[in-house]
Design a protein around this ligand. Structure first.
Ligand SMILES: Cc1ncc(COP(=O)(O)O)c(C=O)c1O
Length: 377
């Protein structure tokens, strides 16, 4: 068998290893000059917006809600199709997540579905730019303004994505990125918040580090109970190199996605699978996931995945719908039906996509998938 093609592989340039070695040898390895530089460079990339780094997006999202004063009695709108972090952070601050179904093709929230879920307890909308495809934000921000709501964008998949020509995170209320190992820009684990809201920034600065305020005499005070979500200099050093090549890597992702659309057109045309929404050139293509009606074909996702793995092709599952998770049921999320999210959760299959893939790797995946779905040996 040819080399196994995983569904994702982080791209770490050789010079990054050298850069990390320098930081390790520098005598300062936790938050310091590299974090400062990374935040400044990211801020420049995001149109000169203030940026605060975190050790993960989960912390960035949770503290953003906390900084907004969200807690018991408040409701937060969350798409029913997203990673569990988007849901968990709402539980963690004691608020109630209100799930809203997504569009089947875009996997994203739309304003009409959100509108139907609003009530007097709604405080925040948390749209997720699923797989790097920007949510249609203009109508959502309009709705938020009309109803005095805040928006915390879960942009975990969307570093380098564009909405109507504007970079995600270069505008908008509070925008949270993830730099987890699988993301378009990785710091191994990491995250960031971009916002122009000075009050929120000040709170986030404290919330990410023990609630600490430095005093003039070199001592400090602790202003509030808080956690510890700072990024280390080692991680930030990786992020600086990753940011420098983000645009070219995202271009490569777009080219690979184009090849998938060409290669999978016949399977989509014959109803063997559904392709994701293509979006425009602003799609960051964090993932490329198709939906396959396993039950109709009298097979299962597991069987298809095993057959693909036997042909050297790795796949992923992103994600089960939130309302199907035990945590959602046990926390009382029983209301509502989310047919699109449920179908995506049952049918989705993430195919390999990472910038170092060659064109022929896409051809190999298409060939393997065609063979598996058409029962070829
Ligand atoms: C949509 C979404 N939100 C939040 C997160 C959490 O990111 P992190 O792992 O950086 O905490 C992820 C991680 O994959 C995600 O996919």
């Amino acid at each position: 068998m040819k080399d196994f093609l995983p569904f994702v592989r982080p791209s770490i340039a050789p010079q990054t290893r050298h850069g990390v070695s320098e930081v390790l040898a520098s005598g300062w390895i936790t938050s310091g000059p590299q974090v400062e530089a990374f935040e400044a460079e990211l801020g420049t990339y995001l149109g000169n917006r203030p940026v605060l780094s975190f050790c993960h997006a989960t912390g960035a999202l949770e503290e953003s809600l906390r900084a907004l004063g969200i807690g018991p009695g408040d409701e937060v709108i969350v798409p029913a199709m997203t990673f569990a972090a988007t849901l968990n952070v709402v539980f963690r601050v004691g608020a109630r997540p209100v799930l809203v179904d997504v569009d089947f093709a875009t996997r994203n929230l739309d304003v009409e579905r959100v509108k139907a879920a609003l009530n007097e307890r709604t405080r925040v909308i948390m749209p997720v730019h699923f797989a790097g495809l920007a949510v249609d934000l203009d109508p959502l921000y309009q709705l938020a303004e009309q109803n005095q709501l805040r928006i915390v964008e879960d942009a975990a998949h969307a570093i380098g994505a564009y909405y109507r020509g504007r970079r995600i995170g270069s505008f908008g209320d509070i925008v949270c990125f993830s730099f987890h190992a699988n993301k378009n820009l990785t710091t191994i684990e990491g995250g960031a918040v971009s916002t122009r809201d000075e009050v929120i920034l000040e709170k986030l600065r404290r919330l990410r580090f023990h609630g600490q305020k430095k005093l003039e005499d070199g001592s400090y005070d602790i202003l509030m109970p808080a956690s510890k979500y700072n990024l280390s200099d080692v991680n930030a050093r990786i992020g600086r190199d990753q940011l420098a090549v983000l645009e070219s890597r995202n271009s490569r992702r777009r080219a690979l996605a184009d090849l998938y659309f060409e290669g999978l057109a016949d399977l989509a045309g014959s109803g063997d699978l559904s392709l994701p929404a293509r979006g425009d050139t602003g799609h960051a293509w964090h993932m490329f996931a198709v939906c396959i009606p396993y039950a109709e074909r009298s097979t299962s996702r597991r069987e298809i995945r095993e057959a693909l793995a036997a042909r050297g092709v790795g796949t992923g599952v992103h994600y089960p719908a939130l309302h199907q998770l035990t945590v959602a049921r046990e926390m009382g999320i029983t209301a509502g039906e989310f047919p699109n999210s449920e179908r995506i959760g049952c049918e989705t299959l993430t195919l390999p996509l990472f910038p170092e893939m060659q064109d022929q790797d896409v051809a190999r995946v298409v060939d393997a998938l065609t063979g598996v779905l058409h029962g070829r040996p």
